[in-house]
Design a protein. Structure first.
Ligand code: ADP
Length: 477
C-alpha cells in the first residue's frame, strides 16, 4: 500500500510513488510513499494559508490537547516507531527508540508551552498610555528536514510551529519518509483541523523548491546541507520571509593531558562514530595535546576493535550501516583523500560484509592529520575522525576554533581553569565538558554560529523567537 501525502485534510496518492529502502538490508523495502509534485506543494501551501486565520485564533486548550495526545501516542508506540526509524535510517534500535522518545518529549514540552503563552504589560514613556507586548504566530511555516534524525527534527519543528498557532507545510527527506508519515498521521488523528498540517513527501528540487518560491510561506525552517541552506536563504530574502538554518558542522573535541583517559575515549568514540557519525553535532576533529596523544590513540584503537557494526535491528549492534550508497561513496572518497593528503589511517575504514546486503563501513580513525587538510575542514558526515596533535591548551583552542563551522565543541579535561576558559571561548553554539559533542536535551536551545546556523535557536522556550512575531500595542487610558 502506498502511504499518501496529506493536503487540506485529505490523503492524496498523486501519480508517482517511491520506495523507502532499509540500508541494513537493501532487499528490504520499508514501504512505498506517494511522491508529491510542485502542484501538490502549491495546493498544500494554499490549504495552510486558508487554515491559518482559524488556527491562529484557536484556543490554547485545543492546541494543548492535540499536541499532548500526539506526545502520548508517540511514547506509547516508541518500540514500533523506533524500529521503523532504525529500519529506514540505519541507526541502531536503541538509538531509534531513544530518538522516538525524544520526539514524544518534545511534543509533551510544547503541549505545556501552549498553556504558558504570555505577554508583557508596561507603562508607556508618555502619561496615560498603556503598552502591551504580545506574541502572535508568523503564518504559514515551511518545514524542510534532513534524513539523519527522521523523527526528532520533524518533531522539534512541527511541535512549536503548531503550539504558537502557525499552520504548516512539511517536506521530509526522501530517504526517510516513514517516520514523518507516522507523526503526521498521529497529529491528524489527534484532531488537527484540515489544512493546519500538510505533508508533501518528494524531491527537494521539486517540492522543496516550490516551497522556496512561494510568496505564501511566511517562514521556513531548514536543516540540511550548507548548499541547500544557502538556496533557502536567498529565496527567503527574495520573499522577505523569516528563515532559520541548521547546516553543517566540523565539531572539535579537545583532549588535554590532564583528561581522564577513559572519559575522553568514551566521549570521543560516541562523538565520532555513534549514529554512524551521521549527526551534525558529531566530532570529526579530535585535537589532542602531546602528553596524552599516544596513550589516547592506543586506547581509541582498542575501543574501536570492540565496536559491533551490523544490521541496525540486530541485538548487540553498536553501529548501524551508512544511510545509502551515495553517502557511503562520500565517506570512502574522504578516506582516500585523507590518505592522499598524508594523514595516517590508523584504524578501520574498510567496507564490511554482513549477512544482508547493506552499506557497512568500519569506523575510520586518522592520525598525523593537520587542521589544514580537507578531512579537517569539510564535513564528511560519516564514521570518520582525525586526530590532530597539538602542543598545549592554547594551541588546542586555536585549532578548535579554526573552522568555518560553529555548532558544538567539546573538551576532556580535569582542569576547572581550562574547562571554564573553553566554555567562554569556544566559538560554538553548544559546548560540552567531558561529554560527547553530540547528545543534547530537548528542552534547551539547540543551534550554532558561523557557517553552521542562521537565525534564532531551535528547541525549548527559545523556539518562540522563530515561530512567533512580536506586537507592541499602545492604548490611551
Ligand atoms: P543532505 O545532503 O543531508 O540530503 P540536503 O540539503 O540535500 O542535505 O537535504 C535536506 C533537505 O532539503 C531534504 O528534505 C531535501 O529534499 C531538501 N532540498 C534539497 N534541495 C532542495 C531545494 N532546491 N529546495 C528546497 N529543499 C531542498
Amino acid at each position: 500500500m502506498v502511504q499518501k501525502n496529506l493536503i487540506d485534510g485529505e490523503w492524496i496518492a498523486g501519480s508517482e510513488a517511491f520506495r523507502n529502502i532499509n540500508p541494513s538490508d537493501t532487499n528490504d523495502v520499508v514501504g512505498e510513499y506517494a511522491r508529491a509534485s510542485a502542484e501538490d506543494a502549491r495546493a498544500a501551501i494554499a490549504a495552510a494559508k486558508a487554515a491559518f486565520p482559524a488556527w491562529s485564533r484557536s484556543g490554547i486548550l485545543e492546541r494543548h490537547a492535540i499536541i499532548r495526545k500526539t506526545a502520548d501516542e508517540i511514547l506509547a508506540r516508541k518500540d514500533e516507531l523506533g524500529k521503523l526509524l532504525s529500519r529506514e535510517e540505519g541507526k541502531t534500535l536503541a538509538e531509534g527508540i531513544g530518538e522516538t522518545v525524544r520526539a514524544g518529549q518534545i511534543f509533551d514540552f510544547f503541549a505545556g508551552e501552549c498553556l504558558r503563552l504570555a505577554g508583557e504589560v508596561l507603562p508607556s514613556a508618555r502619561p496615560n498610555i498603556g503598552v502591551e507586548i504580545t506574541r502572535e504566530p508568523v503564518g504559514v511555516v515551511g518545514i524542510i528536514t534532513p534524513w539523519n534524525f527522521p523523527i526528532a527534527i520533524p518533531a522539534w519543528k512541527i511541535a512549536p510551529a503548531l503550539c504558537y498557532g502557525n499552520t504548516v507545510v512539511f517536506k521530509p527527506a526522501e530517504l526517510v519518509p516513514g517516520s514523518s508519515w507516522a507523526i503526521v498521521d498521529i497529529l491528524n488523528r489527534a484532531g488537527l483541523p484540515k489544512g493546519v498540517l500538510n505533508l508533501v513527501m518528494g524531491k527537494g528540487s521539486v517540492v522543496g523548491q516550490a516551497m522556496l518560491d512561494s510568496p505564501d510561506i511566511h517562514a521556513i525552517t531548514f536543516t540540511g546541507s550548507t548548499g541547500t541552506g544557502k538556496r533557502v536563504a536567498l529565496a527567503s530574502v527574495e520573499h522577505n520571509r523569516k528563515y532559520q538554518l541548521e547546516m553543517g558542522g566540523k565539531n572539535p573535541f579537545v583532549v588535554l593531558d590532564d583528561a581522564d583517559l577513559a572519559v575522553a575515549v568514551e566521549a570521543a568514540v560516541n562523538s565520532a562514530f555513534f549514529s554512524t557519525g551521521q549527526r551534525c553535532t558529531a566530532s570529526s576533529r579530535l585535537i589532542v595535546t602531546e602528553g596524552i596523544h599516544d596513550r589516547f590513540v592506543a586506547a581509541m584503537g582498542e575501543r574501536m576493535k570492540g565496536l559491533v557494526i551490523d544490521d541496525a535491528l540486530k541485538a548487540g549492534t553498536q553501529i548501524g550501516p551508512v544511510v545509502d550508497e551515495s553517502q557511503l561513496n562520500q565517506d570512502t572518497d574522504y578516506i582516500a583523500i585523507g590518505r592522499q593528503e598524508g594523514a595516517k589511517l590508523a584504524f578501520g575504514g574498510e567496507l564490511l560484509k554482513r549477512d544482508t546486503p547493506g552499506f557497512y563501513l568500519q569506523p575510520a580513525l586518522f592520525t598525523e592529520a593537520t587542521n589544514a587538510m580537507r578531512i579537517s575542514r569539510e564535513e564528511i558526515f560519516g564514521p570518520v575522525a582525525s586526530v590532530i596533535r597539538v602542543k598545549d591548551y592554547d594551541e588546542a583552542l586555536t585549532v578548535a576554533n579554526d573552522t568555518p563551522f560553529g555548532l558544538s565543541s567539546g573538551i576532556a579535561t580535569t582542569s576547572l581553569k581550562h574547562a571554564t576558559h573553553f566554555k567562554r571561548n569556544a566559538e560554538a553554539g553548544m559546548v560540552m565538558v567531558n561529554l560527547p559533542t553530540a547528545g543534547v536535551d530537548f528542552h534547551v536551545p539547540f543551534g550554532g554560529r558561523k557557517g553552521s546556523s542562521h537565525g534564532s535557536r531551535e528547541q525549548g522556550r527559545y523556539a518562540a523567537e522563530f515561530y512567533t512575531t512580536v506586537k507592541t500595542a499602545y492604548t490611551l487610558a
